[in-house]
Design a protein around this ligand. Structure first.
Ligand code: S3P
Length: 444
């Protein structure tokens, strides 16, 4: 059902201390790996969002028992009875990843190593996304995967896997993870070259579970399994707040006059903090405090205050470290003086939708002229935005970016098809309301 989100011009500052839901990347990985551990894992503050719930359902479809303590609508505690690397049961129907590219690509790596056949499928949106980036290296490892035109559904049948040396041409954590996870089932060593700092949550979690994966310069290396195969220790993990979700209130507070907010316990893994660098480079007043380590990940509280922003250019490693945050960063650039530009971000075109052209089209409806290039875009600010009707195109991050833009328009903004926000950020609207934001769901 299509849900609409109404945003009124924000005349009062955003203020308050909030926490945002758990990290999506870590939540996907935690349920997958816990289900393969030898023993019972405890995962606190797990993210119950559309994408991660699909992964949770899939591991249950694979015969894994999960106890769920629904602490709140945005944080669940899970107890997962691991069945060992070879303990999954043959699924009786196709496994539905819904809109989740991460779920599908990582699960493909794990399912390629199983002794039973399986089919991975997803929504119409996911059926349009490129899968050759994983089916090619997995096939090179000996996996049997059929995918028509390089798109899902993926039909996987048992194969004898062996390690490979693989050079990724884009820095993708999903591709790296699919290969490493298949590598758990492979004979010999698996080596993946990454041309940039792709997020490293898979490596950290595997290390915490006793797998001696290591990084040597730009290579990630999973050694040959010990005698008898890898055995994963159970996880005991509290999921950090997702920096990609934190990015929306952060940008909102940076552009709504006189705002000041604090977001507690945000994951600050170096491979994820590109947005902090981008905002600081624009002159945003942003401080990190209470830094600490938990479960092998760095966490901290973030305080951001409204400031006069100026333009900046973003490229290279910062793009990799902030790829999912570029749409909301684009909204910040509309309020910054000068021409802001991003390059090296062609990957944005193969996310849930083509995030460059769709965002340009939707922001244009609010009065923003976003110039597209093949691998990025530019915006000349500061701009006076007007209200209007826009559409998320069923992309959660675009839905939230447009909602943040709505706060600085001079008129009402209506975001159509906004229910998808819950794919990564359940409770987004309520959290923004708790900061004083003028947005509400419209019942139609
Ligand atoms: C993710 C990796 C990134 C990111 C996605 C989540 C992950 O994708 O955009 O939202 O959890 O591994 P790529 O690996 O395709 O760059």
């Amino acid at each position: 059902m299509s849900k609409q989100l109404l945003i009124r011009p924000q005349k009062t500052p955003l203020q308050g201390v909030i926490s945002v839901p758990g990290d999506k990347s870590i939540s996907h990985r935690a349920v997958m790996l816990a289900s393969l551990a030898e023993g019972t894992s405890t995962i606190r503050r797990w993210l119950p969002a559309g994408d991660t719930l699909a992964t949770l359902q899939i591991i249950q479809d694979l015969g894994v028992s999960v106890q769920i303590d629904k602490r709140s609508d945005i944080a669940w505690d899970l107890t997962i009875e691991g069945r060992g690397l070879h303990g999954w049961q043959t699924p009786t129907q196709p496994l539905d990843c819904r809109n989740a590219g991460t779920g599908m690509r990582l699960l493909a790596g794990l399912l390629a190593g199983q002794s039973f056949p399986s089919v991975l499928d997803g929504s119409e949106q996911l059926r349009k996304r490129p899968m050759r980036r994983i089916t090619d290296p997995l096939s090179e490892m000996g996996a049997n995967i059929e995918a028509e035109n390089g798109r899902c559904p993926l039909a996987i049948t048992p194969g004898q896997l062996h390690g490979i040396e693989y050079r990724m041409n884009v820095a993708s954590a999903q591709v790296k993870s699919a290969i490493l996870l298949a590598g758990l089932y492979a004979a010999g060593e698996t080596r993946v070259y990454q041309p940039g700092p792709a997020r490293d949550h898979t490596e950290r979690m595997l290390q915490a579970m006793g797998v001696s994966v290591r990084t040597e310069r730009d290579w990630v290396i999973l050694p040959a399994a010990p005698e008898g195969g890898w055995r994963l220790r159970p996880l005991d993990l509290t999921v950090p707040a997702d920096p990609s979700s934190a990015a929306f209130p952060l940008v909102a507070a940076a552009i709504v006059p006189h705002s000041q907010i604090t977001i507690a316990g945000v994951g600050l893994n170096e491979t994820r903090t590109g947005i902090l660098d981008m905002l600081q480079a624009m002159g945003a007043e942003l401080t990190v405090h209470n830094e600490h380590l938990s479960g092998g990940e760095r966490l901290g509280d973030l305080t951001v205050s409204f400031s006069e922003l100026h333009s900046t250019n973003v490229r290279g490693e910062t793009v990799v470290r902030g790829i999912d945050e570029l749409p909301v960063w684009a909204v910040a650039t509309t309020q910054a003086a000068g021409v802001s530009q991003v390059e090296d971000a062609a990957e944005l075109r193969v996310k849930e939708v083509d995030r460059i052209s769709v965002l340009a089209g939707e922001l244009r409806k609010l009065g923003v002229e976003m110039m597209e290039s093949p691998d990025g875009f530019s915006v000349a600010g500061p701009l006076r935005l007007f209200g209007g009707e826009v559409d998320s195109h069923d992309d959660h991050r675009l839905g939230m970016s447009l909602a943040v833009a709505g706060l600085v328009t001079h008129g009402l903004t209506l975001v159509h098809d906004a229910g998808c926000i819950a794919d990564s950020f359940p409770g987004f609207v309520e959290m923004m309301q708790s900061l004083g934001a003028n947005m509400e769901w419209l019942d139609r």
